[in-house]
Design a binder for this molecule. Structure first.
Ligand SMILES: [Zn+2]
Length: 225
């Protein structure tokens, strides 16, 4: 009886695969697709609500800014690995400090404010990009401004007024931050362009390219973009 019992035990163990050299293959390891981190950029349509910004010939700066910023936000959102956060999406009053807080709490890596310029002399035209005058020489805002200004000029063919420094509310954030003044509302010729949807698209394309150039140079984006 003992022998029979041992045989039964051995048989059971064999069936259980203990003595089976050909153990079933281990399940395939799950294929882990690395998820590229999403880079968020803040786009700020300047002014809004009670603050019209510049006004020329019944055209309000705040409206033009919003048109261009909305177009830019769409272009940004269409880029793999990029996400846009707008500080306003309609004609509402938003405090400047709140704009910066919105950008920061959204985890934005940069802040681009979109404006159109005004001046007493209607012959003055062209595009410029502003950096707050408290930023040090090695602040990345300067690189961002160069990228944005260069791409904006090549996309639009506007007169290049360069990168300039000015006292701006952008001093209240540590984010790389610039203000793009994409043209003059007070220039009759340039105002007509700024109101033209196809020219607004060119501006948005230029601003997008400037953002991409900056992010690539900063190593924030991989080849996917
Ligand atoms: Zn403005």
């Amino acid at each position: 009886m003992l022998i029979i019992a041992i045989v039964v035990v051995i048989g059971s163990l064999a069936l259980a695969g203990v003595f089976n050299r050909h153990t079933p293959p281990a399940p395939e390891p799950e294929v882990v697709v690395p998820v590229a981190p999403v880079v968020t950029v803040a786009i700020d349509p300047g002014h809004g609500g009670r603050d019209p910004g510049g006004v020329a010939d019944d055209v309000l700066e705040k409206d033009v800014n919003l048109e261009i910023a909305n177009r830019l936000a769409e272009l940004v959102a269409a880029q793999p690995g990029l996400k846009a956060v707008l500080t306003r999406t309609s004609d509402v009053t938003v405090d400047n400090q709140l704009r910066l807080q919105l950008a920061e709490s959204a985890g934005a890596v940069l802040y681009l404010s979109v404006h159109v310029n005004s001046y007493d002399d209607p012959s003055v035209n062209g595009a410029e990009t502003l950096v707050d005058d408290t930023r040090s020489q090695d602040d990345p805002s300067w690189k961002l401004a160069e990228s944005v200004q260069n791409a904006l000029i090549s996309a639009t063919g506007a007169r290049d007024r360069g990168v300039r420094q000015q006292g701006l509310y952008l001093e209240h954030t540590k984010l790389p931050a610039v203000s793009a003044e994409v043209g003059f509302l007070t220039s009759t010729e340039e105002r007509a362009k700024l109101l033209d949807p196809s020219y607004q698209d060119k501006i948005a394309q230029g601003l997008l390219q400037g953002i991409l150039d900056y992010l690539h140079a900063a190593g924030a984006l991989k080849e996917q973009v």
